[in-house]
Design a protein around this ligand. Structure first.
Ligand SMILES: *Cc1c(COP(=O)(O)O)cnc(C)c1O
Length: 419
């Protein structure tokens, strides 16, 4: 063990993985008569009991629509919903809770920026830079704007390891560059991008930066002020929370200047057919209609849970799992890892000579192991590496070294069967 690792262990006491696992009822499940090994965490993470219980509590005790009620239940629901805004503010170290907009998830958050900020600020010929590492949800909204507004989408390339080419990034800027849209951590390869540096470079050229944090928030602390992100998006269901609730962080001065995207209840000050309708202040201007109240409250519970476990501890644990898995699969003949960035989150993407990724995933499921196969919503990236699918194992805090070893053994067995 090197010096750094020793120091880190001393700072962060060992993770109680048994105690953590006991909080996830789904991990007791059997799949095809075997104990579930859940390695599809980059698609969605499992939820601890405290998050699950939040739904029962909400619907049993204080289910009510928020903000407009003058009765006890509505007050309680509003208080819990708005308390989550403060939880998220602290989680991202944002300056002001008005900078936290609740959305359905990362996809909706990015579409909000594209359709509100984008339509208000982009002219035909303006340029948006996206990276080759992006999830489709940070590509397609900009392509739609390209079709509709005549903006130009340019792509930041990656090297053989799946690391962003920073020289090429710098060279892409010109006087028409308005926005950089990049992920913090790649879901397909696990590459951790130097978002602070990317932001500094973007700002140096007068461009804004939107960061897709869907894969970063579960694995490392995020400080939007330290990064100097203009926008930052993430999804609850990838950070031990429920589906249906996510977050858009935006700097207050940007959100204030942006027009509403969706219109409806909750987002107005006054509505009239005679004088112009006026809109609520941020963040409510961007939260039209009844939101996913229970989901948002449960997201707050999930973020508190993550903070209690400690993101530093989670990151160290997952790095150990990744190292063990990488070493294990590297011994398998004909297996090729995609995404070998030195700075990487707990994602293992690979293809195997003479074996279809889909066959591997289906057969390994028979052994109780859940991994994902396909294009991981990152078709352009996979095309760059000459494949249309990979197998992907991705780790979370409740996974164990024993599961990693069982996965490697199962993988060897399955490959032996299909070759
Ligand atoms: C999952 C994911 C998304 C999309 O998130 P949704 O919850 O489906 O909206 C976007 N970007 C990355 C990097 C992701 O991993």
């Amino acid at each position: 063990m090197n010096h750094l690792a020793t120091d880190r262990v001393l700072e962060t006491p060992a993770l109680d993985v048994a105690g953590i696992r006991a909080q996830f009822p789904i991990l007791e499940r059997q799949v095809h008569g075997r104990p579930l090994i859940y390695f599809d965490n980059a698609a969605t993470s499992q939820t601890p009991l405290c998050v699950i219980d939040t739904f029962r509590d909400y619907y049993s005790r204080y289910n009510a629509n928020i903000h407009r009620g003058l009765h006890t239940l509505a007050d309680e629901a509003t208080a819990a919903y708005e308390a989550t805004r403060e939880t998220v503010r602290a989680f991202l170290n944002a300056a002001d809770r008005r900078e936290i907009v609740f959305t359905r998830g990362t996809t909706e958050a990015i579409n909000l920026v594209a359709n509100s900020w984008g339509r208000a600020n982009l002219q035909p010929g303006d340029e948006v830079l996206v990276s080759l590492l992006e999830h489709h949800s940070n590509i397609v909204p900009w392509q739609l704007l390209a079709d509709q507004l005549g903006i130009v989408v340019k792509v930041i390339p990656v090297d053989e390891r799946g690391v962003l080419d920073l020289d090429a990034y710098r060279a892409l800027f010109n006087e028409r560059t308005r926005l950089v849209a990049v992920n913090h951590v790649s879901n397909a390869f696990g590459t951790i991008n130097p978002v602070r540096e990317l932001a500094t470079i973007a700002h140096g050229h007068g461009a804004r930066i939107l960061i897709d944090g869907a894969q970063a928030t579960p694995h490392q602390t995020v400080d939007v002020r330290d990064i100097d992100a203009d926008f930052y998006a993430f999804s609850g269901h990838k950070v031990y929370g429920p589906t249906g609730a996510g977050v858009l962080y935006g700097k207050a001065e940007l959100l204030e200047a942006m027009p509403p995207w969706q219109g409806g209840g909750e987002m107005i000050k006054s509505v009239s057919f005679d004088v112009p309708t006026t809109f609520a202040d941020i963040p409510h201007k961007f939260e039209a209609g009844t939101p996913a109240i229970a989901e948002v409250i449960a997201l707050g519970v999930a973020l508190d849970w993550v903070s209690d476990v400690g993101l530093a501890r989670i990151g160290t644990w997952e790095a150990e799992l990744l190292a063990r898995a990488t070493a294990g699969v590297s011994r398998i003949d004909g297996l090729r890892l995609l995404g070998t960035a030195p700075d990487k989150a707990g994602v293992l993407s690979f293809v195997v000579d003479g074996a279809h990724s889909q066959d591997i995933a289906l057969l390994i499921d028979q052994l109780g192991v859940a991994i994902r196969t396909g294009n991981h919503c990152a078709q352009p990236l996979l095309a760059r590496f000459g494949v249309d699918a990979t197998c992907r194992a991705s780790f979370a805090v409740y996974n164990t070294p024993e599961e990693v070893d069982a996965f490697v053994a199962a993988l060897e067995r399955v490959i032996g069967m299909v070759r």
